[in-house]
Design a protein around this ligand. Structure first.
Ligand code: HMH
Length: 222
């Protein structure tokens, strides 16, 4: 018998905002090849800054996992694997930026990006429970996975030069990785207090809201 996880319950309960985050007009414009080049460049430059801020956040989740994980769980390895791929991801952002003539050192974070990085920073505190931080981590990765997978599935018209970008987060391996994090979240939430559950749900909703605002920034409708 497989008990249904809290993440499934939340995905059902908060379907509208989840769909807003994973089927955003910016993503749909990539999928139907109407995306404007300045929108894509804005996304790329802002996301580079986001990923740089994401590194210490993931490190903080890793530390919480090390302190809390039991021997039989592989939380630490899964999160460590995610951290390791961020190095390649940062190099990839630099290469892409170069191709598109974007000078990353001159890019400043826009308001929605600052807000999102502010949330990451607040979650790095030692006072934030592992269950809450790993929930945020899962939501952050899952939104990108679902969004970009939609751009490379059958019937999508994503321009060839954007396929590599979409495949970074839309590929199967990244999908499995997100599934592993989701399993960790469900396991941790099963043993969480009501107070932790409430906090985790709120953080899940905050991430979805901030993802929508992040995409809005890329489309230029801030
Ligand atoms: C805004 N959300 C944002 N950027 C990302 N790179 C991810 C999620 C996935 O890591």
């Amino acid at each position: 018998e497989k008990k249904i996880g809290m993440t499934e319950t939340w995905l059902r309960k908060h379907r509208l905002i989840y769909d807003a985050a994973t089927r955003h007009p910016f993503i749909l414009s990539i999928r139907d090849a109407t995306v404007q080049s300045h929108s894509f460049k804005t996304w790329l430059a802002q996301d580079y800054l986001f990923v740089r801020a994401f590194v210490p956040f993931v490190a903080s989740v890793l530390i919480k996992a090390c302190k809390e994980s039991s021997d039989e769980s592989d939380d630490v390895e899964i999160i460590l694997g995610g951290m390791a791929s961020l190095q390649d991801e940062i190099s990839w952002f630099k290469r892409e930026a170069n191709k598109l003539d974007i000078s990353l050192s001159e890019v400043l974070p826009q308001k929605p990006n600052q807000k999102y990085c502010g949330l990451l920073e607040s979650l790095m505190s030692e006072d934030v429970e592992y269950s809450v931080a790993i929930t945020a981590f899962w939501a952050i990765e899952a939104v990108y996975q679902e969004s970009f997978a939609h751009c490379i599935e059958e019937g999508s018209k994503t321009p060839p030069q954007l396929k590599e970008t979409c495949a970074r987060w839309g590929n199967q391996d990244f999908g499995h990785y997100c599934q592993s994090i989701k399993n960790i979240v469900n396991r941790r939430l099963q043993m969480a207090s009501d107070d932790e559950l409430k906090k985790a749900e709120l953080v899940f909703l905050s991430v979805l809201q901030l993802e929508v605002e992040f995409w809005n920034m890329s489309s230029g409708n801030v």
